[in-house]
Design a protein around this ligand. Structure first.
Ligand code: FCB
Length: 391
């Protein structure tokens, strides 16, 4: 058995727009309506987790998991500029209290990809009022977060800076750009937003504060080391380095890609590609954690805030996660300070325009909203209770 440190957190993650349903007032909902002709599917009722969150958390609690990561939906909390909804803040406060009641540490993401329509209409992250507006929202969010232990300001700024411009690409039928780099201006705005928001969260709560970075586990092809270093900085290290000033960093890892003279090499078609079209790389997590540790040194604790696989073969999910966890245990043994593992995802959810790529430990009937746990949920629950994975 490979064991994990005492107090290691075990859980699963979700994001508001992917599970709640009827987030009518955000940029993604709008995109879903205009891009329908290009194969983008609507989120609709999603999984109705807005109402069924207790049932979702119970699935984890019953099996001995100790953490649940979920996000707040900005467009619900601030439906109009400067107008904050007490009722919606109350809703997310009840989620925090429910998690606690069920023995789960709530890990809260303040911003997970979506923003209100009014923010979009003003130019979103390129609007010169963006950082101030975000900080105002964060201040209000903190009124319900005072006792939360782990808070993520922004999820995957490095992907947000791709997909923000990339929403147009979604509309053009290219939902998953596999070689795009972040838009520098949007990336810089997100860095400024995080740097402004993190001290506010630190002042108003007792939490460890950080953000999460999509770790690409990039590798250099021979002769292209310079290009590799350039690309790795632009897409990843620039965002990891920001975490030097934080209390932790979230590592999110799914796959690995080589870099050649032209940049990141898109995943070649292969029989064992996942339902995202990504290469099957269960070793990516170990590479990602070691790289993050190299960039930040030992001073910034790591939380694995996402890792998983889009597959309709649950045995494959277990095989993928087994390897990922063994590699994680080995990285910890070699000195990485990792505090927990949150699987993406608890539920088969709305994968940003598509219902096909299923990442869940639990399937959901989208007519009745019935939750149907897969064997992987019990399997990962056993790993959590033992705090160890089979060798
Ligand atoms: C990450 C996102 C998450 C989910 C997974 C598959 O980029 O944070 O919402 O879409 O990828």
């Amino acid at each position: 058995m490979s064991s994990f440190p005492d107090g290691f957190l075990w859980g699963a993650a979700t994001a508001a727009h992917q599970v709640e349903g009827n987030n009518l007032n955000n940029d993604w909902w709008r995109l879903e309506q205009v891009a329908a002709d290009y194969g983008v599917q609507p989120s609709g009722d999603a999984l109705d987790s807005y109402h069924r969150y207790r049932e979702d958390m119970q699935l984890l609690s019953d099996r001995g998991f100790t953490a649940y990561r979920f996000s707040l939906e900005w467009s619900r909390i601030e439906p109009l500029p400067g107008k904050f909804s007490r009722a919606e803040l109350g809703h997310y406060r009840r989620m925090i209290e429910t998690a606690r009641e069920l023995g789960l540490d709530p890990i809260v993401t303040i911003h997970h990809f979506t923003h209100p329509l009014w923010f979009d209409d003003r130019g979103a992250w390129l609007w010169d009022g963006a950082v101030d507006a975000f900080v105002q929202y964060v201040e209000q969010a903190c009124t319900i977060l005072h006792d939360v232990r782990w808070i993520i300001t922004i999820n995957e700024p490095n992907v947000l800076a791709i997909t923000h411009g990339g929403q147009r690409q979604v509309a053009m039928g290219n939902p998953y750009p596999q070689n795009a780099l972040p838009d520098q201006e949007i990336g810089d705005a997100l860095i400024a937003a995080h740097r402004a928001a993190a001290p506010v969260v630190r002042r108003l709560t007792d939490a460890k504060v950080g953000w999460t970075v999509a770790n690409q586990a990039l590798t250099a092809t021979s002769g292209n080391e310079e290009k590799f270093a350039e690309v790795q900085y632009l897409i990843e290290d620039k965002y990891l380095e920001v975490s030097r000033d934080d209390d932790f960093v979230g590592v999110q890892s799914y796959t690995s890609q080589p870099v050649d003279a032209d940049g990141i090499v898109p995943h070649p078609p292969a029989d064992d590609n996942t339902l995202m079209g990504w290469a099957y790389r269960p070793d990516a997590l170990g590479i990602a954690v070691r790289h993050t540790h190299d960039v930040l040194g030992g001073d910034v604790p790591i939380l694995v805030t996402e890792n998983g696989i889009a597959t309709d073969d649950d045995e494959r999910r277990i095989a993928y996660t087994t390897t990922a966890l063994r590699d994680l245990a080995a990285a910890i043994a070699d000195g990485a300070d990792v505090r927990g593992y949150l699987h993406w995802s608890l539920l088969d959810n709305f994968e940003w325009g598509h219902w096909g790529p299923t990442f869940g430990l639990v399937a959901v009937d989208r007519e009745s909203f019935e939750r149907r746990p897969k064997p992987s949920l019990d399997w990962l629950g056993t790993v959590a209770r033992r705090n160890a994975v089979e060798d």
